[in-house]
Ligand binder design. Structure first.
Ligand code: ADP
Ligand code: ZN
Length: 527
């Protein structure tokens, strides 16, 4: 047996060298390849740029038969097939962009064993015609790319992916390898459960992207801060700016363009031709800043993206990690920059509250958002927090994030939090942030007088701090889960159970010292 294993290993290495032109496997590739070549199932978690493709392409060539790759990225199939064809691999794809005749031709090649790799869109694979075709063929392996698409909680959910468990039932002897670049523990479990990969070996690579510098700044005027960031740190670089809405994408792209930045918009509401034209300009030209919704980026392989900026808070750490991960795939220094403020928290919470989702689903979305807020409000290394989220515990502070580089000053914020929470309580949890802060700061505007809130004992107990300081405290208190925003009732602030021990003085809380947003220092300039 060991002789055979040895033979397979050297065959794999030979293929790596002669077909793909690489001298050695990287990271866990060798182990993964060996496991799949021997017929084992695998779940591969590897960050973007880690080299997932070779993990199934090499075994597909070592083993007899055709390797079937399930991928949702129809737009990239042609490129992938062309790249393989260039190095002499017999590859093809089946998807809805083909004519009937073209598909027939590919099917014929599958049946006659004339292919090494076949890319198939999941909805196509599930058709009886395609399943019959595969049953008549000799299959070396199934690769399920972007496996997180099976997760209903994730932002890339594809219903057809759930049906992929049929592969295990109809082809019990064909090894399956599922791959993804983003999976927290919950998504990982969902992939295993839904794809029936209970017996699969898990290969978890480090999720650290040491060349990416994480920075999350307090949002004052987001667009202006973004412009400062680009001008001072990336005047001549390609980058991606993510915004939540199509409207904001358009406006931000326009604003940057007016300010002399080579910016282009991208979102799913744009005319198809215009959208793809912008995408290919971004890929082919230098120094283009793509302003986009999250519709942009999945499967985009541009190695020299020097920065990814977020003008709106992502819904989850997975989304944040996936989007920021598009920076610096070439391994050179890159920035992940985000501006975030109270409005983001309120907006995201409202989107969850107002979504059509059922209660369980909303709860999961809430937990994911909380983790994202925790990353924003953390007083410790962001990378440690990020890696912790992906199950890599016990890491050292990185020295390459904003917190490590200029540690925030924290202070005992118990008293400030108590003042804020008491005010919410005294106005009977029926008012939104603006009103609560007016009462707290002793601003006796018309509305405050009308409700006689200038008569309350809490009126003006926070007058020693300005509005911006109180907003920063409010944001942190919401992020800590002491207050919630009730979107069904005029966005009024409500106390949670967690607020009680703080109000009773049984629990202290640390807050981050408020710092006025400052213009970043110029670290490089157009020379
Ligand atoms: P992923 O799908 O994980 O994002 P890819 O499979 O696209 O990553 O690989 C990323 C890049 O790394 C590609 O340019 C690929 O050619 C390169 N690469 C992968 N494995 C190796 C290796 N063993 N040696 C050298 N380069 C590699
Ligand atoms: Zn750090």
């Amino acid at each position: 047996v060991s002789g055979r294993v040895h033979e397979q290993q050297s065959k794999a290495l030979h293929i790596l060298e002669t077909v793909f032109g690489y001298s050695s496997f990287r990271g866990q590739q060798a182990e993964i390849v060996q496991h799949v070549v021997q017929g084992g199932d695998a779940l591969v978690l590897m960050p973007t740029g880690g080299g997932k493709s070779l993990c199934y392409q090499v075994p597909a060539l070592v083993r007899d038969g055709v390797g079937v790759v399930v991928s949702p990225l129809i737009a990239l199939m042609q490129d992938q097939v062309d790249a393989l064809a260039e190095v002499g691999v017999r590859a093809a794809f089946l998807n809805s962009t083909q004519t009937f005749d073209e598909a027939m031709q590919i099917e014929r090649r599958v049946r006659s064993g004339d292919l090494d790799v076949l890319y198939v869109a999941p909805e196509r694979l599930m058709t009886p015609r395609c399943l019959d075709l595969l049953e008549a063929a000799h299959i070396s392996l199934f690769a399920i790319d972007e496996a997180h698409c099976v997760s209903q909680w994730g932002h890339d959910f594809r219903p057809e992916y759930i049906k992929l468990s049929v592969l295990h039932e109809r082809f019990p002897n064909v090894p399956r390898i599922a791959l993804t670049a983003t999976a927290d523990q919950q998504t990982r479990e969902e992939i295993i459960h839904r794809l029936q990969l209970e017996d699969a070996r898990q290969f978890v690579s480090s999720f650290d992207r040491p060349n990416i510098r994480y920075q999350i700044v307090e949002k004052a005027n987001g667009r202006k801060q973004l412009l400062d960031f680009i001008e001072s740190e990336h005047p001549d670089d390609a980058g991606v700016v993510y915004c939540l809405s199509r409207k904001k994408v358009e406006e931000t792209a326009e604003f940057l363009k007016q300010s002399g930045i080579n910016a282009l918009p991208y979102h799913a509401g744009m005319d198809y031709a215009k959208r793809t034209a912008n995408q290919s300009r971004f890929l082919r030209e230098d120094k283009i800043v793509m302003v986009a919704t999250i519709a942009f980026g999945m499967g985009i392989d541009k190695p020299d993206v020097r920065f990814v900026a977020h003008l709106d808070l992502p819904k989850s750490i997975e989304g944040y990690y996936q989007e920021t991960g598009r920076a610096g795939r070439d391994g050179l220094p890159a920035n992940a920059w985000m501006a975030y403020g109270l409005q983001d928290v309120v907006q995201q919470r409202r989107m969850i509250a107002e979504s059509e989702a059922d209660e369980t689903f909303k709860r999961v979305l809430g937990v994911k958002l909380d983790a994202m807020l925790g990353l924003c409000e953390t007083l410790h290394c962001r990378r440690v927090r990020l890696l912790d989220y992906f199950g890599q515990h016990g890491q050292q502070a990185c020295g390459n994030c904003d917190i490590c580089l200029s540690p925030p000053v924290s202070f005992d914020g118990t008293l400030m939090a108590q003042k804020l929470l008491s005010t919410v309580y005294r106005v009977e949890q029926r008012f939104a942030a603006g009103h609560v802060l007016d009462v707290l700061r002793g601003i006796d505007g018309e509305r405050v007088k009308q409700w006689r809130h200038d008569q309350l004992s809490v009126f003006g107990i926070g007058s020693e701090y300005g509005e911006a300081e109180w907003r920063a405290v409010l944001r942190q208190v919401i992020a800590l889960g002491l207050l919630t925003v009730d979107h069904e009732n005029y966005s009024s602030l409500k106390l949670t159970e967690e607020a009680k021990p703080v109000l009773r003085g049984e629990q202290k809380i640390q807050l981050r010292q408020y710092q006025k947003p400052v213009k970043p220092k110029r670290t490089s300039s157009k020379s």
